[in-house]
Design a protein around this ligand. Structure first.
Ligand code: HEC
Ligand code: HEC
Ligand code: HEC
Ligand code: HEC
Length: 269
């Protein structure tokens, strides 16, 4: 991701500045977070079978190509539940965007957070050996083999912020002039073409933003759904719009939610 590299560089400079101000370190280090599920993880869930960190989510070889997440080491197609109950089933009269089937990066998060498959169910286990579906032979979890409490999102997503939902009231295409939202209750989305693909995001810097996509911006995910506006590629909100699974920020948020900055990045309220 060329643009991301650039974003990272700019991000590093910003991190230095932020650190000097003592606001906090936003440097990504998954090893210090609850997403380190190996023996070196801080908990609450660690697995005795490996000290590797990335393996619970990524593999260098044999990844699930049905996943629109990079080198994904978990089987989405095989074990994902057939249906999720989505937010739109509540029928709130104010909801404008259309809801796509649960997919994209959200389904990758839910492969652990819906609790339907154990977290050591990976495609390519660490070390030498065949590509397998699960490597739980003789190893045990300290804690639990799925997230617990409120972190166990489950398959009923109707009590969660909508995901797989069109941004800005829908109808945004790559040629929509910047700053035009069907629903003016939303901040303007930005877009850019990288490697021939349109990417979307919402800047988190003070208005009008810096126009550059960074990890600390709210990411929007391009999806084309036949039932929604005839397959036009459009930006959607997914789990990783608000969360970066690698950050050390509290609850993996892309920016601190002090002053509800996460919410106000998208909603004009
Ligand atoms: C809990 C699951 C999880 C773990 C553990 C994890 N990742 Fe990721 N990673 C993801 C997801 C989900 C995405 C896609 C996120 C997105 O859309 O922004 C991703 C994206 C990436 C990307 C591409 C986007 C980017 O941010 O540059 C890289 C590279 C990456 N991960 C590397 C790693 C490495 C290296 C490790 C181990 C130190 C690791 N990840 C651990 C879930 C994980
Ligand atoms: C490999 C399994 C796995 C995947 C994939 C995964 N998570 Fe997690 N996640 C966990 C575990 C385990 C915890 C710790 C939960 C607990 O307290 O029991 C956790 C915790 C969290 C927390 C709470 C952290 C805190 O500080 O309380 C958030 C937020 C979160 N995950 C978001 C995500 C998002 C977003 C994705 C996808 C981008 C994702 N996770 C993918 C396993 C996973
Ligand atoms: C619109 C933004 C947004 C989206 C989309 C979103 N989250 Fe969150 N999530 C948050 C915020 C903000 C928090 C912190 C809540 C708090 O302070 O307790 C959070 C907290 C969490 C937690 C920790 C439990 C808690 O509430 O404290 C988990 C786990 C989690 N999210 C997983 C997910 C998963 C999985 C998805 C996709 C199905 C998702 N999130 C989609 C904003 C979002
Ligand atoms: C990445 C952008 C984004 C972020 C960040 C975000 N939202 Fe949303 N939110 C949306 C979109 C898109 C919808 C769908 C609304 C629509 O189409 O009318 C939505 C829907 C909602 C709804 C339901 C509206 C309805 O009519 O039923 C509420 C309430 C809400 N968000 C509150 C929040 C809160 C609170 C936060 C912070 C924790 C937050 N949002 C963060 C984009 C975002």
């Amino acid at each position: 991701m060329k643009n991301n590299m650039l974003g990272l560089k700019i991000g590093s400079i910003a991190i230095l500045a932020v650190s000097f101000l003592g606001v906090g370190n936003v440097h990504a280090a998954v090893s210090n977070t609850p997403h380190n599920l190996g023996t070196t993880g801080p908990g609450p869930n660690t697995y005795s079978g490996t000290a590797e960190i990335c393996v619970f989510c990524h593999t260098p070889h044999g990844a699930d190509v049905s996943a629109s997440v990079p080198l994904w080491n978990r089987s989405l197609g095989l074990t994902a539940p057939a249906t999720y109950t989505t937010y739109d089933s509540l029928g709130t009269t104010s909801l404008d965007g259309a809801t796509a089937p649960v997919g994209s990066v959200s389904i990758a998060c839910l492969s652990c957070h819906d609790g339907t498959q154990a977290m050591d169910t990976v495609l390519n286990e660490p070390g030498s050996g065949a590509v397998v579906a699960s490597y739980s032979t003789g190893q045990t979890w300290t804690g639990n083999s799925s997230p617990q409490g409120i972190a166990l999102i489950g398959t009923d997503l109707s009590n969660d912020h909508p995901v797989g939902i069109q941004y800005g009231g829908g109808g945004l295409t790559a040629t929509t002039p910047d700053g035009t939202m069907n629903d003016t209750d939303f901040k303007a989305a930005q877009n850019d073409v990288i490697n021939g693909k349109t990417v979307w995001w919402v800047d988190t810097e003070a208005s009008p933003g810096n126009g550059t996509r960074q990890k600390t911006d709210m990411q929007l995910y391009t999806r084309s759904v036949a039932a929604i506006d005839g397959n036009a590629a459009q930006p959607f909100v997914e789990c990783a719009s608000c969360h970066d699974p690698h950050t050390e920020n509290s609850t993996f948020l892309r920016v601190s939610n002090d002053g509800s900055a996460v919410c106000l990045a998208c909603h004009t309220k």
